[in-house]
Design a protein. Structure first.
Length: 292
């Protein structure tokens, strides 16, 4: 009887856990839809920016804009300072989501340091900050206030000083480690170089624009916007990926809890049946003894 009582307690405990994971799955599903909408709404603006820059870009103009210039490497006397912006979440229970991002950031840091750069880490999200604090690498910038609803203002705050430093020639590169949102179940970590700006590929025949002001003035205004938008897209895609990863993790936990409950109930029923059979045997044995 004591064993069946313990099993009833375990079944009740797992059932309560399943309720929690099921609720978290539903919450993440609801948040994922809104996060997906932000990702989709950010894409047309980014595509339009890229298209205009591609139409305006020429090798001659590129020499006039610091954001397009590739600095010389550290071995050639160029700036050594490189910045990595790591975007993680503030909460866990999302499977390997944060671990994958941290692993990608570590890989890129090691590559940059091996090439002679001094890497400065800017961390967004408690999970990334906590990990690098634990291993003794204090992030130069720590942001835990952005959460899962990033704005353009957040992106501007993250890169404003970096754009200035790059224009002044004191910064070699800026890279963003984020989670690329392909679908709700496919959110691979990725590294995007945002400085220097990679000129988008040309779309074929260059349109014959009449520009006022000139191409250099327009390009000078668009390049900082392009950088800020790249960071903003990284933030919103990571937020959507977080909800997708948490939904998947909570669904798996709910399914596993169901399997455990089924197994425990089967064990409980077997023990209960054995106890009933034993009681019947004792009653029949006692009755037979009285008849003798």
């Amino acid at each position: 009887m004591a064993q069946t009582k313990a099993l009833r307690g375990r079944i009740k405990s797992v059932q309560n856990t399943r309720k929690i994971t099921r609720t978290m799955e539903l919450v993440s599903t609801s948040k994922l839809k809104r996060a997906q909408d932000r990702v989709v709404s950010a894409r047309p603006y980014a595509e339009a920016l890229a298209a205009v820059i591609a139409d305006l870009y020429t090798a001659e103009l590129a020499e006039s804009f610091p954001l397009l210039r590739r600095p010389a490497g550290p071995a050639a006397g160029g700036p050594k300072r490189a910045v990595i912006i790591l975007v993680t979440s503030n909460r866990g229970l999302a499977g390997g989501f944060n671990a994958g991002l941290i692993k990608e950031a570590r890989r890129r840091i090691e590559e940059l340091e091996a090439s002679g750069h001094t890497v400065e880490l800017h961390a967004v999200g408690k999970k990334g900050i906590g990990y690098f604090r634990y291993v003794g690498r204090m992030p130069a910038v720590q942001r835990i206030d952005i959460g899962d609803k990033p704005t353009v203002e957040h992106a501007t705050e993250l890169v404003a000083e970096l754009i200035t430093a790059f224009e002044q020639g004191t910064l070699a590169s800026v890279e963003l480690v984020y989670s690329r949102f392909v679908s709700a179940i496919s959110t691979p970590p990725a590294t995007l170089r945002i400085l220097p700006v990679e000129a988008p590929p040309a779309r074929g025949v260059r349109p014959d624009y009449l520009l006022k002001p000139g191409a250099d003035a327009i390009l000078g205004s668009l390049l900082p916007l392009y950088v800020r938008n790249a960071v903003y897209r990284g933030l919103v895609e990571t937020a959507a990926a977080e909800h997708g990863a948490r939904r998947t993790a909570m669904k798996n936990a709910t399914d596993n809890a169901g399997d455990i409950i089924h197994s425990l109930k089967r064990t409980y029923n077997r023990l209960r049946q054995a106890a009933i059979t034993q009681e019947i045997s004792e009653i029949v044995g006692g009755a037979a003894a009285l008849q003798d």
